[in-house]
Design a protein around this ligand. Structure first.
Ligand code: UDP
Length: 231
């Protein structure tokens, strides 16, 4: 069984005049179909940034736990939309949640992932870790360890990790390969450092790639010759 974790930021689903771009999700579903046809099992960890992130709303000075809970619920809303559209495209998919909302989605149960993957090709993992103060990057790393993933693929809107912020520095250089230790030591802002550390301890490589370029998702899964590898 080839198992991968795909971390999708909620921002990737953002539409122009509503929270989600349905056309984009339909195209994503086509790519996901191609991947599962080749025998892959996917744990898709979905973010909530198109609806709510604590850090985007910190100025509201809300209770931090409430703000994070809203963010986790945003991931559940995204998961329902993805599950719907994936099913429409014939994908054998099940959405589960780490934040317990049993009237909406079944709880994610780490011990059941083997049997879940016998039944389903794609598990949409909503609700982050179910706990405040972290992000869905940490959830993605946890899912990667729990399912024994061969890789964690983090989809972004940039081509590479850079040695410095490319928006601020014209001489920023793309990095094709870097050790997890260096990412942690240099505190590179590619993803939660705790997520990088966890993957490092279990020797799970992380691939950062630009999902907005046509064909990149399939290329990253099948060839892994684009973007940055953290190993
Ligand atoms: N969040 C949380 N715990 C988690 C995952 C997410 O509290 O385990 C909250 C947090 O406020 C975060 C928001 O949910 O900002 C949305 O998740 P994230 O920022 O990871 O979404 P993305 O940037 O990937 O769209």
């Amino acid at each position: 069984m080839k198992k991968i974790v795909l971390k999708l930021s909620g921002e990737i689903l953002q539409g122009k005049d509503r929270h989600v771009d349905i056309k984009y999700i339909e195209n994503l579903a086509k790519d996901i179909s191609e991947i599962v046809k080749k025998g892959y099992k996917i744990a898709l960890v979905i973010g909530g940034g198109n609806i709510w992130r604590h850090r985007d709303n910190a100025d509201l000075k809300m209770d931090r736990v409430h703000s994070d809970q809203i963010g986790m619920m945003a991931t559940i809303m995204n998961a329902l939309i993805l599950e719907d559209k994936f099913k429409e495209n014939g994908i054998n998919v099940k959405a589960v949640s780490n934040l317990s909302v049993p009237a909406v989605l079944p709880d994610y149960e780490p011990k059941k992932t083997v049997s879940m993957f016998k039944k389903y090709d794609v598990l949409i993992c909503a609700g982050g870790t179910g706990k405040p103060y972290v992000t869905t990057d940490s959830a993605a790393a946890l899912r990667a360890v729990e399912i024994g993933a061969e890789a964690l693929l983090k989809a972004t809107n940039v081509d590479f990790v850079y040695n410095k912020d490319p928006r601020k520095f014209k001489d920023a250089k793309p990095i094709k390969s870097i050790s997890a230790r260096e990412v942690v030591e240099k505190k590179l802002g590619v993803m939660d450092l705790s997520a990088v550390s966890l993957c490092m301890s279990k020797k799970i490589p992380i691939f950062i790639f630009n999902i907005f370029k046509k064909g990149n998702l399939l290329r990253e899964v099948f060839k892994r010759d684009i973007g940055t590898i953290i190993k």
